[in-house]
Design a protein around this ligand. Structure first.
Ligand SMILES: Nc1ncnc2c1ncn2[C@@H]1O[C@H](COP(=O)(O)OP(=O)(O)OC[C@H]2O[C@@H]([n+]3cccc(C(=O)O)c3)[C@H](O)[C@@H]2O)[C@@H](O)[C@H]1O
Ligand SMILES: Nc1ncnc2c1ncn2[C@@H]1O[C@H](COP(=O)(O)OP(=O)(O)OP(=O)(O)O)[C@@H](O)[C@H]1O
Ligand SMILES: NC(=O)CC[C@H](N)C(=O)O
Length: 546
């Protein structure tokens, strides 16, 4: 049997646009010989729809869209993810469902059994779980349909969470084909390999091929990497689709030719670069923007963000602004200009010395006698924020904010200053990884000036300031932050791991104190298993210390 895998990039809530994508992919795959076409989880409305589901017309409108799609489906079936209204409406009003459509109608409906409710997922809030996955006969073939998390029920972490794994049921069903519709976002730490293991294990258990179709594209902070795949009945992965790009392919299950896409397995840095490019491009374009704006300090964070933006949007759509103050170094200006030349982006200089002194003079009747402190440092960052947001308004370009995960963790950033902006591109990338990515981006041609990578990081908000005056070296800071923020270790555990007691206590205190800043920060693209954002919900006002 020839199966078409339609790895499409939907937009949440764009019912008309998603319908068009679904029908175009269906028609082109069927024209090329597909006998059955599979789409990702919730393809009709996009994933995750979150509280759009509570808008009274959303699910009915989405049902109408599914009906309109089904009318265009001919003899070759399409399996399409959608939200089904739950007629028994016992609290959770919907099912996360898959429609098996052919000959102009929805002929079968499968429902998700395991509802992920952890990290960025919140499906228990919306969906009712099905007891069993759908199994039915079509054209003398027995087909089983699962939806994303349903195949995760057998993993070590989820065995305790879910008492019944749908695959355990499916393996008794003598299936000819197992189909899984997914919306599985990427993060580093082996997610791709984990999925391959699960797809392969499902095939081995059911002794039949598994067709796994994943979503692709950015939606808010989530980056779906695609990498749809097929495994044969022995569990061998026999086909793979592109990573971080829309793709479609026909796989002939009767002709088990191994045709893995070359990008199927990749090193960490290409993954991070591609994830950021896709996440940034989709956030900007799906929000209705074409252009982006970045304050270029000559430092590494803004350089990496500008390089990602140039790749994602095209250099002609990116503008870098150097905003030197009275204390800015010469290299901050020349490194910013070199970067803009390397990238081919638009570049302008707007001096802020006058606006900073005007702000200080205006305040002086109220501040005389206090002495200079962080207030004046922040006035510079805020003057830049003011001017960059004005240019965003005027040029219709989205301002990208440049803070990395390390500084956002400890609050080394100015609220309403350098935190201004619509998307925090690298807010889930620790500073040590920012350096690695910058070096990686220079692999083929000069992209980021070497001086930007080699000079010591500095906020340049007071003369001769260096990040390491206020923070431990970044390799130590990032180790502590990974342990405390991502793994939940206590200070005692971190000290036992060999980190200095005073440094640990100071950094943990800073992380806890700065929750208020992160709550007001722009949304950021998720790259790690635990990002600041919807997957981490720490109270702002709290006093627990561990
Ligand atoms: N719990 C709470 N809930 C809500 N708001 C709270 C708050 N605690 C303080 N605040 C408010 O926040 C203010 C303090 O925050 P903020 O004004 O940002 O100022 P603050 O955090 O004191 O200073 C910013 C620090 O970041 C450094 N920095 C700035 C810019 C860039 C970089 C870099 O390297 O990239 C580093 C800078 O050198 C300075 O050390 C308080 O004055 C108060 O208004
Ligand atoms: N002179 C400047 N011109 C333009 N933008 C600036 C300037 N200084 C700071 N910014 C903006 O504020 C952000 C924070 O910069 P800062 O130098 O304080 O810290 P950083 O974390 O070392 O960042 P970077 O590595 O980009 O310098 C920068 O990434 C940039 O977007
Ligand atoms: N949509 C889903 O069910 C996603 C959950 C799954 N564990 C994943 O991250 O891939």
């Amino acid at each position: 049997m020839k199966i078409g895998l339609a790895q499409i990039n939907t937009t949440v809530g764009d019912l008309a646009g998603n319908q068009k994508l679904i029908l175009e992919a269906y028609q082109s795959l069927v024209a090329s010989g597909a006998e059955l076409v599979v789409f990702p989880e919730l393809a009709v409305c996009g994933y995750p729809p979150r509280d759009l589901l509570f808008k009274r017309r959303f699910v009915p409108d989405q049902h109408e869209s599914l009906e309109a799609i089904a009318q265009q489906i001919g003899d070759a079936p399409a399996v399409i993810g959608f939200v089904e209204a739950n007629p028994s409406a016992s609290g959770r009003d919907f099912y996360n469902a898959a429609a098996f459509c052919y000959q102009g109608k929805v002929q079968q409906i499968g429902r998700k059994c395991l509802l992920p409710t952890y990290d960025v997922f919140d499906e228990d809030r919306y969906f009712h779980p099905s007891d069993l996955p759908l199994v039915f006969d079509w054209n003398d073939k027995k087909i089983g349909i699962t939806i994303c998390e349903d195949i995760w029920g057998n993993t070590d972490i989820s065995r305790e969470r879910y008492p019944h794994a749908p695959v355990e049921y499916l393996k008794e069903q003598n299936l000819d084909l197992h189909i899984n519709l997914s919306a599985s976002p990427w993060h580093w730490g082996g997610k791709g390999e984990q999925r391959e293991g699960l797809v392969s294990a499902a095939s081995k258990a059911c002794q039949c091929p598994t067709v796994y179709v994943n979503a692709v594209g950015g939606n808010d902070e989530l980056i779906f990497d695609g990498r749809s795949m097929v495994s044969d009945s022995s569990g061998q992965i026999i086909a793979g689709l592109a990573a971080f790009a829309a793709d479609q392919k026909i796989v002939d299950l009767d002709c088990e030719e191994i045709s893995l896409a070359s990008s199927f397995r990749q090193d960490l840095m290409p993954n991070i670069e591609e994830a950021l490019v896709l996440g940034l491009r989709d956030y900007v374009h799906k929000s209705g923007f074409k252009k982006a704006l970045i304050g270029l300090s000559g430092g590494i964070d803004s350089a990496v963000v500008a390089a990602i933006a140039a790749k994602a949007l095209g250099p002609e759509n990116v503008t870098g602004i150097s905003l030197p103050s009275a204390i800015s170094s010469d290299h901050s200006k020349s490194d910013a200009k070199d970067l803009a030349d390397f990238l081919g982006i638009n570049f302008h200089t707007v001096a802020i010395a006058d606006i900073v002194s005007a702000a200080e003079d205006t305040l002086s009747p109220l501040t005389t006698g206090y002495g200079r402190d962080v207030t004046e440092e922040n006035i510079q960052a805020r003057a830049r924020g003011l001017l960059l947001m004005a240019l965003s308004n005027k040029l219709g370009a989205l301002l990208l904010t440049t803070g990395n995960k390390s500084e956002l963790a400890v609050g080394y950033c100015t609220l309403y200053g350098d935190m201004c902006g619509g998307l925090a591109v690298i807010s889930d990338l620790p500073k040590t990884k920012v350096f690695e990515l910058a070096r990686y981006m220079n692999r083929d041609k000069p992209t980021i000036p070497v001086n930007t990578i080699e000079k010591p990081p500095s906020a340049e908000l007071r003369p001769d300031q260096k990040d390491e005056d206020s923070l431990p070296p970044y390799d130590i800071l990032d180790g502590i932050l990974e342990g405390y923020v991502e793994k939940g270790y206590s200070s005692c555990q971190l000290i036992e791991m060999g980190y200095d007691k005073d440094v640990v206590k100071d950094m943990i205190r800073k992380v806890d104190l700065n929750e208020y800043k992160r709550k007001q920060a722009a949304p950021g693209l998720k790259l790690t298993p635990l990002a600041f954002g919807v997957g981490r919900r720490i109270p702002i006002v709290q006093r627990y210390v561990s």
